[in-house]
Design a protein around this ligand. Structure first.
Ligand code: FAD
Length: 422
């Protein structure tokens, strides 16, 4: 059992926001630890492959290590049992940690929306297929349809093409006019424009706007997709699909942080409604890596009382928040997507609950109690988000453990507080 270490900061999430927060907190003299469930730091965008980190993040992590920052990899926060305490589950089993200040940098996940056939093998998330290819899946010669919304479709489409796949269609649900306006406004963000132009040159010809997959066909595995703008089904081996991002707010909710429009509510110092808890990156709003980085820095400074250093960064944050607002307007989801599933379409993939079974009840809680919707391994992370878009379901309550754990972890639930000395 350890006493509270002065200025002990724990950061949950080792993506761009978490790494930037660690750098700023360390600069302000704190003792810093970073927890992430992945095998290595990097988050979604700098995800390490087979344990090898991308060079752009490796050098920053090495520098943090060298200055004493502790990284708890393969470690998931599963509970917040008392004020100032977290329960984590890592390679050595459950542990309790104490924090003086906590920074949540838990990122976001892809948003999946159901349509007939979406549970067929080889229908997967856009980022999911990209991650599989990065870890060795050979897609050369494979016919792939990418669908959903947002700049990620182009990035992944171009990547798959580079890996030898035949990207036969990119179906972007946003209308062409909105994308044209977005592109014109990118002049104010030349570096983003510079990223977009090569992608359009590589893969732009396959893009159709106001287009979405109505149905995935196949007897045992995906064979073709029917796109609204296309008479005939398009033959394909893979469908990669994502309708933007859903913030990971489960830990924030468990801690009691207020949400606004599904995101963690923060003030300009990124302080949440819960004392000593800050939040940075995608849980506060979807804005891409640049917004996550700058928020991580601000939270790292503010959580260590160095608000003067944070003040300097606030105009840059405001600029990237304007970019985030442009993304939100451009890629807003259209109502037609709500009409795609039929009564037999599965909503909860973990528990095999159909749309008909889940919507017989009013709201996510009733659906959960009566049909087991949201009670499987993903704990409603997929179907809950879909239900919020389709039926206006409320955010459900969150209880520990945040992820399913073996029973033994719960019976050994009250381990001693661990003093990680950096
Ligand atoms: C699937 C996917 C693919 C993407 N691909 C691209 C791309 O190709 N190009 C691009 O520009 N942008 C891409 N993005 C967007 C980009 O990744 C984000 O803008 C950026 O990573 C946000 O940084 P962040 O630090 O806020 O969150 P993240 O990078 O998501 O980091 C959050 C971290 O928190 C960890 N975490 C969450 N909860 C817990 C917990 N309870 N316990 C322990 N750890 C936890 C997660 O494992 C994760 O490592 C992608 C996003 C996703 C979801």
């Amino acid at each position: 059992m350890s006493d509270l270490t002065p200025k002990q900061i724990w950061i949950v999430g080792a993506g761009p926001a978490g790494i930037a927060a660690a750098e700023a907190a360390l600069e302000s003299g704190a003792t810093v630890g970073v927890i992430d469930e992945n095998p290595a730091p990097g988050g979604q965008i700098y995800r390490a492959l087979l344990g090898v980190m991308k060079p752009e993040i490796q050098s920053r992590v090495d520098a943090l290590h060298a200055k004493g920052v502790l990284f708890l990899n393969q470690t998931t926060v599963i509970d917040a049992p008392a004020v100032g305490e977290l329960t984590v589950k890592g390679p050595n089993g459950p542990e309790r940690l104490r924090y003086e200040s906590l920074i949540l940098a838990t990122g976001a996940r892809e948003l999946f929306l159901p349509f007939p056939g979406w549970t067929l093998p080889n229908v997967m998330g856009v980022g999911g297929l990209q991650a599989l290819v990065k870890s060795g899946l050979d897609v050369s010669g494979k016919r792939i349809v990418v669908s959903g919304t947002g700049p990620l479709l182009l990035a992944v489409g171009a990547y798959l093409k580079q890996k030898g796949a035949k990207v036969v269609r990119i179906a972007e649900q946003a209308p062409a006019q909105r994308i044209r306006e977005f592109t014109q406004r990118l002049v104010g963000y030349p570096y983003k424009l510079g990223q977009g132009i090569p992608l359009m040159l590589s893969i732009g010809a396959t893009v159709r706007t106001s287009a979405w997959v109505e149905r995935a066909n196949g007897s045992h595995v995906l064979e073709s997709v029917k796109i609204n703008s296309h008479q005939e089904p398009i033959r394909c081996d893979y469908l990669a699909c994502a309708y933007g991002f859903e913030p990971n707010v489960e830990l924030a909710t468990l801690l009691g942080c207020e949400l606004h429009r599904g995101f963690v509510e923060v003030d300009e110092t990124l302080r949440t409604s819960v004392p000593y808890v800050w939040c940075a990156g995608e849980p506060t709003g979807i804005g891409g890596i640049d917004l996550s980085e700058i928020e991580g820095k601000i939270a790292g400074y503010c959580a260590t009382g160095n608000e003067k250093a944070a003040q300097r960064l606030m105009p840059t944050r405001a600029r990237w928040m304007r970019f985030a607002a442009m993304l939100e307007v451009t890629y807003a989801l259209r109502d037609e997507l709500k009409t795609l599933p039929n009564p037999e379409t599965i909503l909860c993939r973990c528990e095999d609950v159909s749309i008909e079974q889940a919507t017989e009840w009013n709201g996510s809680r009733a659906a959960k109690l009566h049909s087991r919707c949201g009670m499987g391994p993903c704990q409603g992370r997929i179907c809950g988000a879909a239900g919020r878009f389709l039926y206006g379901w409320e955010h459900g309550t969150v209880r520990a453990p945040l992820v399913p754990v073996p029973l033994s972890d719960l019976t050994e639930r009250d381990p001693e507080l661990t003093n990680h000395t950096n």
